[in-house]
Write a protein that binds this ligand. Sequence first.
Ligand SMILES: Cc1ncc(COP(=O)(O)O)c(C=O)c1O
Length: 472
Amino acid sequence: MSVQWAGLSPELLLTVDREGGEQLHAQLERQLREAIRTGRLRSGERLPSSRELARALGLSRGLVQDCYAQLQAEGYLVTRVGSATRVAPCAQVPPEPAAPLVPRPRLLADFRHGVPDLASFPLTDWLWATREAARTMPTADLDYGDPRGSLPLREVVAGYLRRVRSAAADPGRTVVCSGYAQGLALTMQALAASGTRVVAYEDPGGPGTASAAAEAAGLTAVPVPVDEHGIDVAALAATGAGAVIVTPAHQWPTGVLLAPARRHALIAWAVRHDAYVIEDDYDAEFRYDREPVGSLQGLAADRVVSIGTVSKSLAPALRIGWLLCPPALLAPLSELKRIADRGTPTLDQLALARLIESGRYDRHLRRMRTLYCTRRTALRTALAEHAPAVRLTGLAAGFHAVAHLPAGTDEREVITAARARSVGLYGMSACRASHAVEPPQLVLGFGDVTERAIGEGISAVGDLLGGGAAGP
Ligand SMILES: Cc1ncc(COP(=O)(O)O)c(C=O)c1O
């Protein structure tokens, strides 16, 4: 589809050579033909008016009009009275279309994980916050700023994390980044530069997130098993890793909470080995039926890099997150952020600061907790009714759960058969370092699935999941 340029006369880069022997009108015709044939100008695109093009190239308007008339006669251009000159519809071989993004299929229910309820994004509040930010932003804030991010957001985020996560957060040691993904990538680069060679990550985890970031920075990534108390710290110690990436508040994807003894063992490991714990403060905002746990970073601010994001609390598209940096990593992380992109967009940072500071963020989180709690109940109820042999775990926080399928079920067959019934299911095997399909488990995301879709989706696949009697 061609772009419909608005405005008086779209610009077009053409050049004329007055020194060479080729006549000016021939040069212009040749360049326009070439631009159309090669697809620089697409069918239906507007050309500049003859007056504007003549002015831009220092030619007479008559010469440009003659040139347009010639190309029209050759079928390259079309002109209608009272309308702009455009590239003719069939003037070019259509270019190879860019490989299309695979469109998300329309499913009865898609239990994909990691996505919040997008329809609940607080658009009115975000518009208010953006407007407020733009209205009150000093002109100087339009300049390149501190690579750590804008001070108002760092102050608000640090205050917020001290309050709700019991973090030892200091605005001076907070670096705003483009979501968890960038925070993790920068941390891996900083560790690699400081001599770390091996980074451990939770297994199951990912798929790919932690190990891919470590390997992209030239580090060796080693999986460490997670049990019902969280990461196995004894197994971690045996890896010789200089850092470990963990999700203590709600382990991704098993949903277990890092047990208090393990939290302390993990910090002791980091102190003993002069190592770092990278805390993905994943799903900390959404807790339902257990006491809140504070961030690990609050226990050892010099050993823990804590990474937060608004991808789950607001929307992934905002691409805003933050790093709470140990003193020794602050300068390298700030410098790496500067090199990466010179800072996260300031207006968005200021808008987020206003959103949090005004209490609108807390209000949104309260609403979302209620919504996810309802969906969680809907999932439990639907499974109890249609697949009683399935056991659900990992539901204490967040918006995903682990469905344990009856022994002997083929996880991949279930996923394929469910897809044929228009239900998106996702297996735990993709999150295991070994890709093992045993024990058969599904990771069911319910953040962006309505209550109704949960009911209909589970009812459609109940017999595949374990429609028989309740399991042990
Ligand atoms: C384990 C984990 N942590 C955090 C995130 C959030 O990443 P980001 O902030 O880059 O959107 C994701 C996204 O899928 C994730 O899988």
